[in-house]
Design a protein around this ligand. Sequence first.
Ligand code: GLP
Length: 246
Amino acid sequence: MMTKPEFRVFPTAQATTHAVAAHLAAALKQHPALRLGLATGNTFVPVYAALVDLYRAGGFSFAQSMSFNLDEYIGLPPEHPASFGAYMRRHFFDHVDMPAGKGRLPIVEGDIDQACQDYEAAIAASGGIDLQVLGIGRNGHIGFNEPGSAFDSRTRQIDLAPSTLEANQGDFPPTESVPPSAVTMGIGTILDAREIVLVANGASKAEALRAAFLAQPSTDCPASALQSHGRVLVFCDEAAAEKLDR
Ligand code: GLP
């Protein structure tokens, strides 16, 4: 059965950001042992900043929580500033009390296929993800599940789409190109989360949101798989919601 996602539309990106951070803080207050699924990307830089501000103000803690990130580039040293591991330390892990080792990202070295299976096993062994946050690519990707990804896909290695390489070039110095491949949780992995919070701001995400939630689900738009999930909240600004028939 298809369930409509719940849309929460805000006048500005800043208002969206604060609402998402407040939603996460409330979830942690209610369930201190929350198992979070975390995302990277420009959309989440201010979300983590707002969440860290709320954490510093008190009232909740990450001490009992744990997290699993969606994805990581293959081929970057862990200390590379554009790696998602470095991003997570810079914007989040270094500022909160989640115990070391409890904030995990996909392993992108050694036997990658085995590491992907181990990541799935670790998520399952934790009891599964309670709350997964997601951004959305301009081409409708979630995590790094590019168009064509199967809706039942699991954590695996994937080649990045040309439009993704272009969109993410800004995170790298001009002399360095974006790694051509990554490890990502699968769409099936994402759909196993009990609640999904998708965040999108700006006119550049309007078409992706329309294709994700107003069109027939299709592997051409990976995010359209979310239509089959029972609890999806979409937090977005008015610019991103422009093409949603509300
Ligand atoms: C990135 C990430 C996604 C993210 C998306 C949008 O490449 N792999 O998880 O949601 O692309 O990123 P941004 O927020 O920078 O637009």
